[in-house]
Design a protein around this ligand. Structure first.
Ligand SMILES: [Mn+2]
Length: 594
């Protein structure tokens, strides 16, 4: 704690020198990544709080650490003795500028590092602080002068994502991007989101835990496309590939200068939710600002035939690992103690043995009994427990394959179930099927479809406090835009070639959780007088434990979907299985009858 206090005091001394009464340390990197490289975990360094999200609003004396509900206890424990207060953010709760507005006199200045606030965030901060007579002053990174042994910029190997996996060349993707820009009235594009850059360049790296991306920028103009990346990171083959595809290379730090040199009249597209203020404020006067979601994100989400085949392949092998695991677990529990972390280790061992696997896609959630009620519980954060032969275990995991990213949740039945557990298990399946078997005309949004799944629990006054599903990348981020199944409004329709998860659940505090998650791809069903109709194809391939189903609660079509799904799982996995696993699959995939 003494260490953290020293760091806070050093930062306060710099604030005083710069005439700043407050300083904001968010959890973001210059690319607004969901997970950030170690170099940008400054909020952790400054507070000692190790959670993945939170904002420090520091004052000359004291300050407040703002965290969401999952971290409130952990944060309070970890900042004890620093004089920092911990405050809960979320609907109806104070925002991270609240402490500045309450404690600072009008005319005060609050600083932040301009590269770690997106354009949108900066606007929110400026507006809120201005209402209290306080000025936000985005500037240089004060942490740099405080942070001893700050991790360097990541330099993980960058490798080529071959065309057999990627489907389209960078040249083809650039042509699609320029066409989309033209349609939207722009001609220039700043890309800062790392998964979009990895997709566009057909390159992958390892700068961010569990996401195979690398730190870079892309600037696309009518004549030129440039990748801005730290020198010496690209091997000759990657450089040659980029050159062949019409992409130049420049130094990472040269991006603001290149933006500042854009010609008069350029119509510059950028996503204000992704691009930081350091880059956006470089756009010269005389250019037209075209704020819009990244055009790359939509094109990336609509996967072509090669990509879809790859995503199927990734899920085929992932399903094989999950089936091997499902067979292994009861055998292991019969022989001795198995903990939640043992489960995580076993899954990693099985997955990394598979062809084309390059790692996991997120930190495994293995949550037994009451842990399952916490949607983001992880045994890696303490709380690891021994599994007992009863009740439910939520197992949410995934991997990165060169062929695609996977994300699957199975609610594992460890033995006898209570009435409540069985009801919840079955009800969550009804929610899953309601969406998975939906057919809908093109133009339908993820928000509309979200309600199909929820309707089954809404009728009992129940709900789940998360989306019903999200997009998934191809050897990229496990959470991919621009479309998901969620309650909040998003006007972008669900379109052919998108790959999404369906993962409704029921969570009972202190008791248990249930979630059934499959990945699906969106495909054409048929054209009718009302339009082009779409449907989902499940691509996750792993049995759902039939022992949890209460047949009295299932309608015929829900039972049929389960049986058809299991027939598909058997057909695909059996040829890859050894004799013992095939016998297990035969039983696990046998039809369930009334
Ligand atoms: Mn998921």
């Amino acid at each position: 704690m003494a260490e953290v206090n020293q760091r806070l005091d050093a930062l306060r001394a710099l604030m005083a020198k710069a005439d700043l009464a407050g300083y904001v340390v968010p959890s973001s990197d210059p690319h607004m990544s969901e997970y950030v490289p170690a170099r940008f975990r400054g909020r952790t360094y400054m507070t000692g709080f190790t959670g993945s999200a939170g904002t420090l609003s520091l004052l000359a004396e004291g300050g407040t650490l703002y965290v969401d509900g999952r971290y409130i206890l952990q944060a309070a424990e970890q900042v004890e003795g620093t004089g920092l207060e911990v405050s809960l953010i979320g609907a109806g709760k104070p925002e991270p500028w609240d402490v500045f507005c309450r404690k600072l006199p009008r005319g005060s200045r609050v600083g932040c590092y301009a590269a770690t606030l997106s354009v949108n965030e900066q606007r929110r901060w400026k507006q809120a602080l201005a209402a209290c007579g306080i000025e936000l002053v985005p500037g240089e990174d004060l942490l740099d002068q405080v942070w001893e042994d700050r991790p360097a910029w990541p330099k993980t190997p960058i490798w080529i994502h071959e065309l057999t996996y990627a489907g389209r060349t960078t040249a083809q993707k650039l042509a699609e991007v320029r066409k989309a820009l033209e349609e939207k009235g722009a001609d220039t594009l700043i890309v800062s989101s790392l998964d979009d850059i990895a997709w566009l360049t057909n390159l992958r790296g390892g700068d961010v835990t569990d996401v195979p991306v690398f730190c870079a920028w892309v600037l696309v103009t009518p004549e030129k496309a440039t990748l801005f990346i730290h020198p010496d990171r690209l091997e000759a083959d990657a450089l040659a590939l980029l050159a062949e595809n019409g992409m130049d290379v420049a130094d990472y730090d040269a991006l603001p200068g290149a933006v500042a040199a854009l010609p008069q009249g350029a119509r510059v597209a950028y996503d204000p939710a992704c691009v930081n203020t350091l880059a956006a404020s470089a756009i010269p006067e005389g250019c037209t600002l075209c704020e819009m979601p990244n055009v790359t994100t939509y094109i990336k989400a609509c996967k072509d035939a090669v990509e879809l085949d790859n995503m199927r392949k990734a899920n085929l092998y992932d399903g094989l690992a999950m089936a091997q695991f499902s067979k292994w677990l009861p055998e292991a529990m019969a022989q001795g103690e198995v903990t939640e972390l043992d489960v995580c280790d076993k899954l990693i061992e099985l997955r990394t043995a598979l062809p084309d696997c390059v790692g996991v896609s997120f930190s495994t959630i293995c949550a037994y009994g009451p842990h399952g009620a916490q949607m983001h519980y992880s045994p890696y954060n303490g709380g690891n427990c021994v599994l007992e032969p009863h009740g439910l275990m939520v197992l949410d995991s995934g991997a990165q394959f060169r062929t695609g990213t996977t994300d699957i949740t199975r609610t594992v039945i460890l033995g006898e179930l209570t009435e409540q557990e069985r009801w919840d298990y079955t009800m969550a399946w009804k929610c899953h099927v309601a969406l998975a078997e939906a057919r809908f005309p093109y133009g339908t949004t993820g928000t509309q479809l979200d309600a199909l799944a929820r309707a089954n629990v809404w009728r009992y006054g129940l709900d789940y406090r998360c989306g019903t599903g999200h997009g998934v990348g191809l050897c990229l981020s496990v959470h991919e835009g621009p479309v998901g199944f969620r309650s909040s409004h998003n006007p972008i329709p669900v379109a052919e070639g998108m790959v999404l998860t369906i993962e409704p659940g029921i969570y009972r505090a202190e008791m248990h959780g249930v979630r059934h998650e499959n990945m699906v791809l969106v495909r054409h069903w048929q054209d009718t007088e009302y339009g082009r109709y779409l449907e989902f194809e499940p691509i996750t391939l792993c049995p759902i434990d039939k022992r949890g189903m209460d047949l009295a609660l299932l309608d015929d079509h829900e039972l049929d979907y389960l049986n058809h799904y299991h027939a598909l799982v058997y057909e695909k996995l059996a040829p890859l299985a050894d004799d013992a696993l095939r016998a297990w699959l035969e039983e696990a995939c046998a039809p369930l009858t009334r």
